[in-house]
Design a protein around this ligand. Structure first.
Ligand SMILES: [Zn+2]
Length: 247
């Protein structure tokens, strides 16, 4: 990145490709790719893997996440990997976020968006604009459905407009051994199917420090197959391996 790049980038309007030599050598169109799945299916690990693979090619990424209330936001996975990330919220304009980076002299060739289910529809449209107008590759990772089996808002919009959609290979199984696809909310040992759609703490890994349950009842999440979700059967052991237990 030369100072010249910075100057040009500062001037660009929404529809102008940033002055990046890398981009000129690779005129291939950018893509909006969405990876989705249930809790604990390895989405964050995959996000970090994609980042690793991209950065090895000399590309520069910006990682964003939501719901990380620590002082140093990061994308972290259960296998111990983590990477610094920028915390965003529903009011963040993702186009401005990237353009501010450019204005500061940083390259942003791709964007990794974790917890993408929490994006607003407008933010997903902003991602599409970054892809189409600024040729930034976007890799978004998110939960498919909430505990009522309804699509999260960000997930719905991503399914509507993403270029590539991939269901993450399921690593988490229902207690019966079938692939777990649905997230059940369990309050005081009983499955519930009504309540707040989005509680940020809900999907945060329970083993991260500083994660506390919202409210006093014992709330946890359990991944079930569709059959056992419908039957509301939590299985012989309430919290088996791979299940979230929020103390
Ligand atoms: Zn099952």
């Amino acid at each position: 990145m030369t100072p010249m790049d910075t100057i040009e980038i500062t001037r660009v309007g929404p529809a102008v490709v940033p002055a990046s030599g890398d981009r000129r050598r690779h005129p291939a169109p950018a893509h909006l790719t969405f990876f989705h799945g249930p809790m604990d299916c390895g989405k964050s690990t995959l996000a970090l893997q994609v980042d690793h693979n991209q950065s090895r090619q000399g590309r520069h990424g910006l990682l964003v996440t939501q719901g990380d209330r620590s002082e140093a936001p990061q994308i972290s996975s259960r296998v111990g990997l983590s990477r610094e990330a920028v915390e965003i919220d529903a009011g963040t304009d993702l186009r401005l976020l990237v353009r501010d980076r450019w204005a500061d002299g940083h390259r942003v060739d791709y964007l990794i968006v974790d917890e993408a289910q929490f994006l607003t529809a407008a933010q997903v449209d902003q991602l599409a604009e970054l892809v189409d107008e600024s040729h930034v590759d976007v890799y978004a990772f998110g939960l498919t459905t909430d505990f009522r089996t309804r699509l999260f808002p960000g997930t719905q919009r991503l399914l509507e407009i993403a270029d590539d959609i991939q269901r993450v290979q399921v690593e988490v199984l229902c207690w019966c051994g079938l692939p777990g696809l649905l997230n059940a909310r369990v309050v005081d040992g009983a499955m519930v199917s009504s309540g707040e759609t989005v509680v940020v703490a809900d999907t945060a890994p329970a083993d991260l420090p500083g994660e506390d349950v919202v409210g006093s009842p014992a709330v946890r999440y359990q991944v079930l197959c569709r059959r056992h979700y419908v039957r509301r059967e939590l299985g012989p052991t309430a919290a088996g391996p791979g299940q979230l237990a929020l103390p």
